[in-house]
Design a protein around this ligand. Sequence first.
Ligand code: PLP
Ligand code: SF4
Length: 415
Amino acid sequence: MEYKAYNLKSFLKTPYADKMDKQDIENLKLAALVFPFKVNNYTLTLIDWNNYKDDPIFRLTFPNKAMLLPEHLEKLKNASDLKKAVYEIRMNLNPHPAGQLSNIPEINGKKLEGSQHKYKETILFFPKQGQTCHAYCSFCFRWPQFTGIDELKFQSKEVEILIDYIKAHPEITDILFTGGDPMIMSSRFLRAYIEPILKAKIPHLKNIRIGSKALAFWPYRFISDKDSEDLLNLFKEIVDAGYHLAFMAHFNHYRELEGEILEKAVKNIQSTGAIIRTQSPLLNHINASSEVWEKMWKRQVNLGMVPYYMFIARDTGAQHYFGVPLVKAWEIYKNAVNKVSGLARTVRGPSMSATPGKICVDGVSEINGKKVFVLRMLQAKNPELVDIPFFAEFDEKAMWIDDLKPAFSEKFIFE
Ligand SMILES: *Cc1c(COP(=O)(O)O)cnc(C)c1O
Ligand code: SF4
């Protein structure tokens, strides 16, 4: 299949748009002013168009009016300057959650833009050409990144600084390429990042990770794109050079894991020696049921993937629409994890990626007659805090760590 992306205007000219009610099209137009919209010819085939209103893949890729708050709708309706109104609504939706703008590494007085070093072992790298995706998730609020800069010049300099930084930090074992989606890049661009890293032979760097939703949004990336073969060869070169290549695949629903194309893409990646691990946020209206997760994890394990993280929808974008209370998130997790074999219980969560670290809701318990959340940090800026249980007062409405109060102490352990 030849990749074909659609924005709102071009989507409305496809026969799929004819399947939609007039009212839903109007609502889509409104929501797409604020939320990024992009679909492609493959994602459109994943949707059951006869039942699109309730279809999880439709909800995943098509923003809708319910994602806007009443005050946002009001603002759009009354706007004299629509661009300004849209900008203000977006700013209001917290586009840089969890201190994403901090944790920018520095070496020899040079800032390493496009990267983040928050947890000791792992440096995050956002390659410039990878800051877009094959389609957009309606819950995603990385729009400040979706700008599409396309220059090889900057890049070589950046990689040099990156390598110097990793060399100077013997605690770094992992580099994680993320985005957007690094798999949007041609293999030529990806090579320009990876080859210098392999050549540098940094002894403490052991694992190369690539975070991507391309298996769900464009599996042909690993089958029949012009440079698919070169991409798979690059994966193989990484593995042959002695690294663990971890492909961190983003899936939100088992419906993304059906079909022969997906299976073929998974096999092709695995045949390079890469290991596919999976992660997803828990999203109301898309995957907020234990049956969905149970089915998804079983399918992933069956395909040889390793379930890795379940995230709680972060405090950004349309959290009122996608957010799930912490207690419900834990129930969904528990009721799914207790129905799968140990091979799928590698998954951890439900976890909040917050400023101090990744905070896991281990469950609800009663201690000395007091109902509490049992929490634990899976990752922390301060590694000493990892895996120490701590407590918060039970709150059935709480959706994020900011909504919680510490129990049995003045402060949370990370404060
Ligand atoms: C999740 C995350 C990582 C990777 O954490 P692991 O638990 O090792 O997968 C690295 N950096 C940041 C900023 C993260 O949020
Ligand atoms: S694939 Fe990731 S970065 Fe891209 S739109 Fe979805 S959540 Fe956002």
